[in-house]
Design a protein around this ligand. Sequence first.
Ligand SMILES: Cc1ncc(COP(=O)(O)O)c(C=O)c1O
Length: 403
Amino acid sequence: MADPPFLPYGRQTIEDDDIAAVAAALRSDYLTTGPRVEAFEAAFAEKVGAKHAVACNSGTAALHLAMMALDVQPGDVVIAPAITFAATANAARFQGAEVVFADVDPDSGLMTPETLAQALTRLDGRRLRAVLPVHLTGATADLPAIHKLADDHGAAVVEDACHALGTTMAFDNTPERAGDCRHSAMACFSFHPVKTIATGEGGMVTTNDPALAARLALFRSHGITREVAAFTAPDISLDADGAANPWAYEMQALGFNYRIPDVLCALGLSQLAKLDRFAARRRTLTARYHTLLAPLAPTIRPAVVPSTSDPALHLFVALIDFDAAGQTRAAVMRALAARGIGTQVHYIPVPRQPYYRDRYGAPNLPGADAWYARALSLPLFPGMADMDPERVVEALKDVLSLN
Ligand SMILES: Cc1ncc(COP(=O)(O)O)c(C=O)c1O
């Protein structure tokens, strides 16, 4: 019998109608900005329950745009959790701001009101401009409490929701969706292939504030506007009668080219229409993992998800006591790969990376270190077969000698 196919830890689900949507866009007049960009933004805003959505070409660009929209400046401080992808913290550094890393809960990997409160004691008199909770794996922490703490310090909350498209929450029994910005100024998403929907590279910022939405759009495209009502320099933009010159545009701030092509928005629109199906499949596979892993506690436990959060998990993180199992994580990953099973580690604590260690030394972050020591992301993506979680858990038991 042939070996079963290699199971990566995550992968996109691209179907024939996605391909047809991209092909139709390629046959249209637009390769760069066209009607599908606005259509994707409108559909996304509607789907997550936000007033505005601004599309861009990566989750990293989304985070940087959010920092620019808030006018984060050199010398400001931004708080980000230690367990995240580097881009969360880097977005603050792009603006010259300094990052204070908050510790995380060791079992959920999330920044909590408690770890945020501890990070707030490390501001050393500097201005706190933003707090960036990361919805690691798609799970969300106590956002109302985090919002309150940030607010008390005059700082905005920007959600790194790159993992969290499809997540729902209930604080005070009110249903909420990740991206609806009830407890934040903005939320940032990524459409990198392993995320809940894919455009290849792609990102989105949602907000309920029209002024922030306008700034996001301005910085996305060189700081240039073509909106006549926004013009501030009549000498270059208007003719003698006061009408806008046909070629007029104004560069009003220093921005970037963070635009997402129309072709990718065609894919985004097609994928977004499948979000509910993808999310349901992720939830089903997650439930199966929980059932299969339950007998393996305490050596293996699924990462904890707060009871206020119902994520369409982007990653399934198992927390494994490698010492108790008498194995190194590297050996386990290699043995699983030899059995056709891909795994990954999310994440090396960002402040332990050389760039940040050289800048800030070695902060004491016991929760992040405890998470990092045990985390192993197992395969999770909508295209997995019903029996795949069983295959993964059987291989894990075999490799860890838990049979
Ligand atoms: C938590 C988090 N933030 C930000 C990013 C950056 O997104 P992108 O890869 O689309 O730039 C990622 C994606 O890998 C992520 O996982």
